[in-house]
Design a protein around this ligand. Structure first.
Ligand code: PLP
Ligand code: ZN
Length: 402
């Protein structure tokens, strides 16, 4: 097996740089670098052979950026279930509704995909120590893959992240630092210190490879729907790695001749208390303005400013999609609805996709026959405090009253 990685290219100014040296953002303009592949040569890869390989995202090795399979740091990420949401679909008169259950990834979220690929590639290029700003899941995933790869990890989190996130990161042996402020404040601390401390900065879209891991969600969708894509994809959007990665995946698959030109409507879902991309989309802007006083029960999408805002907005617009903000109350009731109806213990971010879907059905943006996929990006276990237990009274004197 051989990776067809050829070079890195700036998504803003087009500058190209060599792939086999360490890069962060574009050396000229500071925007996002994409990994590019020799897709003409990769046409000799047999799509059906990839389907037959052992499960996990490394099945797509030729379209991933690691040169030597020995450098792969893996915990079994990818190939998560795509669940047909039969019960919810019946309630909503929407027979083709699905949930991509990313909560089953190692460390309980789709961050595992990005970190498996980015850690593997950085290790291959000689990195020994990492730092990342995180609302929780990126930290856990980097800590776990760092541990498995024998690399040192430093985590910077807003001080109000869920307790479980703090515990998990340090359980893997990472150094944890809490920051007064939000994730972009934590990012600033990382950027100010990475150089002098010898840390590689793993911030969202500030290195070229986490999005390569996340793009495998797009590959899996294509494969699952028999090389035709669904009509709509609902994605809880923070930094945007997933939406940007999937959009890139679709382009690569089409250039390989594995799918046609049809694309899903890409639908950004954010929380009303922090909806920079939704605001920019409806204002017709290419870049988003930083949200002041960002707040929501869904920490993974509490991202007031994203470096890849223009890439997210391009994907939404080019796909004919839209952007929807939902309230915290809608998120909380969707968490119990997903659990009650489908047995899916969703993270608040993942649950946010359900009220967004309902809204677009109600206002006619989507019709009931269209195939839609809701991304449950993480497990509800990490946010278990948001699921109150209802204890019923039992008529026995030994039973406790609450
Ligand atoms: C990181 C995260 C998101 C946002 O993902 P991006 O691809 O960075 O936009 C959403 N939900 C959860 C649970 C996350 O951890
Ligand atoms: Zn550039």
């Amino acid at each position: 097996m051989q990776s067809y990685l050829s070079h890195l290219q700036c998504t803003n100014c087009g500058k190209t740089v060599r792939a086999d040296e360490l890069h962060t953002t574009c050396p000229d303009c500071g925007k996002v670098l994409f990994a590019r592949y020799d897709l003409d040569a990769a046409r000799r890869v047999d799509r059906d052979e990839i389907v037959r390989r052992r499960s996990g995202l490394w099945r797509w090795f030729e379209l991933l950026p690691v040169r030597d399979p020995d450098h792969v740091v893996s915990l079994g990420e990818g190939d998560t279930p795509l669940l047909w949401a039969r019960n919810l679909g019946r309630k909503l008169d929407a027979p083709h509704l699905h949930i991509k259950e990313e909560g089953l990834n190692p460390t309980g979220s789709f961050k595992a995909r990005g970190m498996s690929v980015a850690v593997s590639r950085a290790k291959e290029l000689g990195v020994k120590a990492f730092a990342v700003p995180s609302a929780g899941n990126a930290a856990s995933a980097l800590a776990a893959y760092g541990a498995r790869g024998g690399l040192s990890v430093n985590l910077f989190m807003p001080k109000d992240v869920p307790d479980m996130m703090r515990r998990e990161g340090t359980a893997y042996g990472a150094h944890l630092y809490l920051v007064n402020g939000l994730i972009d404040d934590a990012g600033r601390v990382v950027r100010e210190n990475a150089g002098s401390r010898g840390w590689f900065d793993m911030s969202t879209l500030r290195e070229p490879y986490r999005q390569e891991g996340k793009k495998t969600m797009g590959f899996e969708l294509a494969e699952h729907f028999n090389w035709e894509l669904p009509d709509a994809v609902f994605y809880p959007t923070g930094g945007g790695t997933g939406i940007v990665g999937m959009w890139k995946a679709f382009e690569e698959l089409e250039r390989l001749g594995w799918i046609g030109p049809k694309r899903p409507k890409m639908i950004v879902v954010q929380a009303q208390g922090c909806a920079p991309i939704v605001n920019a989309f409806h204002a017709g802007q290419r870049y988003a303005e930083r949200v002041a006083d960002a707040h929501t029960v869904a920490p993974g999408i509490r991202v007031p400013a994203a470096l890849g805002d223009y890439l997210i907005l391009d994907a939404v617009r080019d796909s004919g999609g839209t952007a929807v903000a939902v309230t915290d109350d809608e998120i909380l009731s969707a968490m119990s609805e997903l659990a009650h109806e489908e047995g899916v213990f969703a993270s608040p971010e993942g649950a946010a996709t359900l009220p967004a879907y309902k809204r677009l059905l109600a206002d006619g943006f989507l019709n009931h026959e269209e195939t839609a996929v809701l991304f449950n990006c993480g497990s509800g276990f990490k946010n278990a405090e948001l699921f109150p237990a209802t204890v019923e009274a039992w008529p026995d004197t030994r039973a406790a009253s609450s």
